[in-house]
Design a protein around this ligand. Structure first.
Ligand SMILES: [Zn+2]
Ligand SMILES: [Zn+2]
Length: 264
C-alpha cells in the first residue's frame, strides 16, 4: 500500500491511499485544480480515484469535494451527520467552519466499506464537528490509518492504531507555542480542548502505546503558527526511543504536495 499527502494543515487536507490496483482519497480540503496538479505530480491520473472518504465537514477537509465529485463522478463517503441532507433536515451544528457535504454513501462505525481491494473502516473521534471519524484502511494483511482532527484519544483508537503497519496521525501543536502565540483565547481553548486538536505530546503518547520499531509514521495537520516539524518529530521520537523506532521513520508533512511516500 501507498500513503502520500496532497495537502496537510489548516489550509487544506487530502491524503491519497492506494493498493496496487485501487486509489482512494481521504478528505479534499483543497481545490480540484490543486488536487489534480498534486495527483499528476505523483504520477496518478485523477480518473483513477475510485472514491473519496470525508472525515468531517470542516472546510479544510471538504471544500473541494463537491466539484471533484461532479467532474469525475466519484462516489463520496462520510457519516450521515456530515451530509448536506442531515444539515438540511436537522440544522447545522454551527461549529467552526463546518459545511454539509454532498455524500453518495453513508459510512457507519462497525460496518466496513469495500472499494475494490481496499476495505475501509471508520472510527468516531472527539472533535468539534457533527460526527467526525478516523479511517483505517486494509489491503490484504496490511493496514494503515488516517487520523486527523481530534482533541483526545480513546482506548479503541489506540487498539486500532496498534494494528497498523503505517500511521498518518495529527500532531497539531506545541502547547507552549500555542499558549504564548497570537491566537485569541477562545481559539486557543478550542484547539487545546477535548474536541480540538492533538498536541505533539498527546500524539506521542498514543504512538508510544501502539508502534514497534518498523512502523513508519507521518505526522500531519501541523499548525504553521503553533508548531514546527522539528518540534513535532522530536516530541514523538523522544517518547518512542524505548521502542527502538529510528528517527528517520518519523516524518512531518509539509502543507501542500509533500513528496513523502510511505509504502508498506
Ligand atoms: Zn482540519
Ligand atoms: Zn476539523
Amino acid at each position: 500500500m501507498l500513503i502520500t499527502s496532497l495537502a496537510s494543515g489548516s489550509s487544506g487536507n487530502s491524503t491519497l491511499v492506494c493498493s496496487e490496483n485501487t486509489c482512494i482519497l481521504v478528505d479534499m480540503g483543497i481545490s480540484v485544480r490543486k488536487t489534480n496538479i498534486s495527483l499528476q505530480n505523483k504520477g496518478i491520473d485523477p480518473k483513477r480515484i475510485a472514491a473519496v472518504f470525508i472525515t468531517h465537514g470542516h472546510s479544510d477537509h471538504a471544500s473541494g469535494v463537491h466539484t471533484f465529485r461532479r467532474a469525475f463522478r466519484v462516489p463520496v463517503y462520510g457519516t450521515y451527520e456530515t451530509s448536506d441532507i442531515y444539515v438540511g433536515q436537522r440544522g447545522g451544528y454551527g461549529g467552526y467552519q463546518e459545511m454539509g457535504v454532498e455524500l453518495d454513501n453513508f459510512i457507519k462505525e462497525g460496518e466496513d466499506v469495500q472499494i475494490d481491494d481496499l476495505t475501509i473502516e471508520a472510527l468516531r473521534v472527539s472533535h468539534d464537528a457533527r460526527h467526525p471519524v478516523a479511517y483505517f484502511i486494509h489491503n490484504g494483511n496490511k493496514k494503515v490509518s488516517i487520523i486527523t482532527d481530534l482533541g483526545e484519544s480513546n482506548p479503541l483508537l489506540e487498539k486500532r492504531v496498534g494494528e497498523c503497519n503505517a500511521i498518518l496521525i495529527e500532531a497539531n501543536h506545541d502547547p507552549l507555542l500555542l499558549e504564548k502565540g497570537p491566537y485569541p483565547d477562545m481559539l486557543k481553548k478550542r484547539i487545546s480542548g477535548a474536541r480540538g486538536h492533538l498536541s505533539n505530546q498527546q500524539t506521542a503518547k498514543i504512538l508510544r502505546r501502539a508502534v514497534n520499531e518498523d512502523t513508519p509514521i507521518l505526522l500531519a495537520h501541523l499548525s504553521k503558527v503553533n508548531n514546527t516539524p522539528q518540534l513535532a518529530i522530536q516530541a514523538v521520537h523522544g517518547a518512542l526511543r524505548e521502542s527502538g523506532l529510528k528517527m528517520e521513520k518519523i516524518r512531518a508533512l509539509t502543507p501542500y504536495n509533500d513528496s513523502t511516500e510511505i509504502r508498506v
